[in-house]
Design a protein around this ligand. Sequence first.
Ligand code: NAD
Ligand code: TYD
Length: 351
Amino acid sequence: MKNKKNILVTGGAGFIGSHVVRLLVKKYSSCQIYNLDSLTYAGNLENLSDIESKNNYKFLKLDITEAEAISEAFETYKFDTVVHLAAESHVDRSITDPLAFARTNIMGTLNLLQAAAKLWKADFKDKLFYHISTDEVYGTLGETGLFTETTAYDPNSPYSASKASSDHFVRAYGETYGLPFIISNCSNNYGPNQFPEKLIPLFINNIILEKPLPVYGDGNYTRDWLYVIDHAIAIDLILSEGKLKQTYNIGGFNEWKNIDLVKLLCKQMDFKLGKPTGTSEQLITYVKDRPGHDLRYAIDASKINSELDWSPSVTFEEGLSKTIDWYLNNEAWMEKVTSGDYLKYYKEQYQ
Ligand code: NAD
Ligand code: TYD
């Protein structure tokens, strides 16, 4: 990659981060890729077991809320590029523990910005702070319309408020100190290695275990779904060709009402598990709604499509089928991440 040598990826042991780290390590053998992660419940180094012995990969077990340690890492490894994904990422958890989201998503991002600004201040040339954010910062849409890069921020959950705040700080460091930055805001991701607190992997696991599928409210909430590898490809493209100070919206052109998505998932699972069609749908259970539940997210991804020639590579049916296959073939991964603390979380959230 042109003029980039020491790339720091934060949150690389998580869902999206692990796909980004794998892509960068394999594609850019002349760059050193550092994966900085504190390994919360959502971080799992097994996600990267296939590339952990590569010469251009190094794992740093550090917490972005610890300012001094972060500053030292910047001094030691002389990162010239930051791809920042580390975050608390689940809306339901942000409702029960908003302060944890402020600490990691806001203060953690500030610590990275401080360390980057300090190390780079003599010369910002060929440096980049690339901040990965979410479409949830835009709040909720009604039945029509799409989020564009100029939609006003209007976050509704502690999670989206903390991400919105971090986006604002990144932009402020650009304007105030000249820090070179790019931000991208992506829609809901799905795919291999996603922690089973999010809708799709949770429901895959519950179908395997023949447990209830807890649909919030009436199930008529809409999300725009993108296969995680297509997000990783978009991140790589923005990293190499994106314009400084720009925002790029990334989405799947793929809106689904939750209940329709769950029915499609049940159908595919019945087929793959050799069960009669309709079996898994019987597990659907309507439960109490999420407070402040955003009605609809949908991304207008025409900017990244026209400027960087990016579009999703798989249809939703294909991506969902690949995702189910991955979970069916990786039962040990699922068992590992759903033992211990997960059981307590599940009980508190759903019972
Ligand atoms: P994830 O929860 O799967 O992974 C987060 C990673 O960050 C984990 O490896 C965790 O250990 C690490 N982490 C958390 N706190 C940390 C800390 N204090 N210090 C160091 N590491 C820490 O999240 P994800 O779904 O992969 O999301 C990654 C990023 O992408 C987040 O910034 C999220 O806001 C954004 N995003 C996610 C989605 C989505 O659908 N999942 C969509 C758009 C944007
Ligand atoms: P989720 O995967 O948590 O992503 P986000 O809240 O960031 O969009 O949820 C996706 C949608 O599925 C959202 O409308 C909430 C809904 N949902 C359920 O109905 N039941 C569940 O158990 C979960 C986790 C989510």
